[in-house]
Design a binder for this molecule. Structure first.
Ligand code: PFF
Length: 462
């Protein structure tokens, strides 16, 4: 079925492959970005559009990335070169690697904050603090270049150590231990949040749609979030699938990864919103901005559980540790996209390639981290460097990458190849095949183009 290269590593088991791919998908996108966007964009109505994007675009595009990766058994750029030699499709792979590089650089900054806050939670630093203390605490931290840089680079180094160990003993082993731990923490925290006295308002916010909030930019955000959260459009899942075994069921894996990812996002909503409402915050205010996890949440945890100090301590440590684990399984996958590319395309050892990637991403990460301190005066299109990276990569690079993947699979690839990969050469049933091809050919490219053109103001459809 696939171009086998015997010296290339594979995941050792199907569950290991599933947990690694789910680890890539589940990350700060679920626990940080999703609740912020939900809070800013009308709660349940936003969630409905988001779920629509996952079902109608996310899952078919994920299947495309999986089949391209497994068939070629190459890094993202090598995969397109193998399938479409000498054509401009090669640029899709290169764009994917570039997006991976950009996202890893700014993602590590927020990942570093989660590590700092875990250390603070462990040191019981939130105990006895009041609502006015937390903004100052966060402002002090992010504007302190050394502390910010220390954590950004530390996070990059931990990612580096795991990636260097390889696919089976690094990525797979780590995901197999950490993903189940993440699910357990998530359920414990949701149980704590739902039992808070004011939680019903938060639950209502998550379940009752207000469609008056839906605008073009809300739809774009929901689509961008679906791509970001599912790790689509930048060759991450394509690279992971290049390590899938021949008997991995691509359709089932894509469905399971998407279900796990959406479950974690919605559970995070059920942890954060009941607690936020319980503490009396107004959802539309700045409290639900990027500082949600670092100003609002420590305060919310302290107010909600502070009368039982040991509970407040335990919940805070678990909450920030959850964030570290989620972020780490994602930074590993982003690092792997670029490392596999550098190692295979420039024929370098994995260790050398990973070192090169770690240094290059750390340098860009430093610039992003400093955009909260010494470089905060620099604005491009009215955004800080950090915000610009986040906006451009998730609202433009990833949807454009996803659109190109879907056109590539729907129109360019041989139907037999697609059929063979999705059915493992006729040994599995794939009754969804025609629907998936229809989505990839028509629905996904047209929907993504419409939403993007509308938002960029080139055409006004809605
Ligand atoms: N999906 C990750 C998250 O939700 O945090 C972020 C991410 C990882 C995006 C890997 C893209 C990617 F390729």
């Amino acid at each position: 079925m696939s171009n086998h290269n015997p010296s290339r590593e594979n995941f050792g088991s199907k569950i290991g492959a599933l947990l690694a791919a789910a680890g890539s998908a589940v990350g700060l996108g679920n626990i940080w970005r999703f609740p912020i966007l939900t809070g800013q964009n009308g709660g349940a109505a936003f969630i409905l559009i988001y779920v629509g994007c996952v079902l109608l675009m996310g899952i078919p595009i994920m299947m495309s990335e999986f089949l391209i990766g497994r068939h070629t058994r190459a890094n993202a750029a090598g995969a397109y070169r193998t399938l479409a030699p000498g054509t401009r499709w090669n640029w899709v792979g290169r764009l994917a690697v570039l997006s991976g590089f950009v996202i890893l650089s700014y993602y590590s900054v927020v990942a570093g904050w989660t590590a700092e806050y875990t250390a603070m939670a462990l040191g019981n630093c939130f105990d006895g603090k009041t609502t006015t203390d937390f903004p100052a605490m966060f402002a002090n931290f992010v504007s302190n270049p050394w502390r910010n840089l220390f954590w950004t680079i530390s996070f990059m180094l931990i990612t580096h150590v795991i990636v260097v160990r390889g696919v089976k003993s690094g990525i797979e082993k780590f995901s197999k231990v950490m993903m189940p731990a993440l699910f357990i923490i998530l359920v414990v925290l949701a149980a704590c949040a739902i039992t808070l006295p004011g939680s019903s308002k938060g639950i209502e916010f998550l379940l009752k749609p207000d469609f008056s909030k839906i605008t073009g930019s809300v739809v774009l955000s929901a689509m961008g979030q679906a791509f970001f959260s599912l790790s689509l459009g930048l060759g991450c899942l394509c690279t992971y699938a290049s390590y899938f075994r021949d008997d991995t069921n691509i359709g089932k894996t894509a469905l399971n990864v998407s279900l796990i990812d959406s479950f974690v996002a919605i559970m995070s909503g059920f942890i954060i919103f009941p607690a936020v409402f319980n503490a009396g915050y107004a959802i539309s205010s700045n409290d639900i901005g990027p500082s949600l996890l670092f100003i609002t949440m420590p305060n919310v945890l302290e107010q909600s559980f502070g009368n039982i100090p040991i509970l407040a301590y335990g919940v805070s440590v678990l909450f920030y540790f959850l964030l570290v684990v989620a972020a780490l399984t994602s930074t590993i996958s982003l690092h792997e996209v670029v490392t596999a590319y550098v190692s295979e395309e420039f024929r370098m050892s994995r260790r050398k390639a990973a070192t090169f990637v770690t240094i290059a991403c750390s340098l860009v990460g430093i610039v992003c981290a400093l955009s909260f301190g010494p470089l905060d005066g620099i604005k491009i299109f009215g955004m800080s460097i950090f915000d610009l990276f986040d906006y451009v990569s998730s609202n433009i690079f990833l949807p454009v990458g996803g659109m190109l993947v879907s056109i590539f699979t729907g129109w360019y690839l041989d139907k037999k190849l697609v059929h063979d990969e999705l059915t493992n050469r006729g040994t599995l049933r794939a009754p969804y095949l025609r629907l998936v091809i229809f989505i990839l050919r028509y629905f996904a490219p047209i929907a993504i183009a419409t939403i993007l053109l509308n938002q960029l103001g080139l055409f006004r459809f809605f």
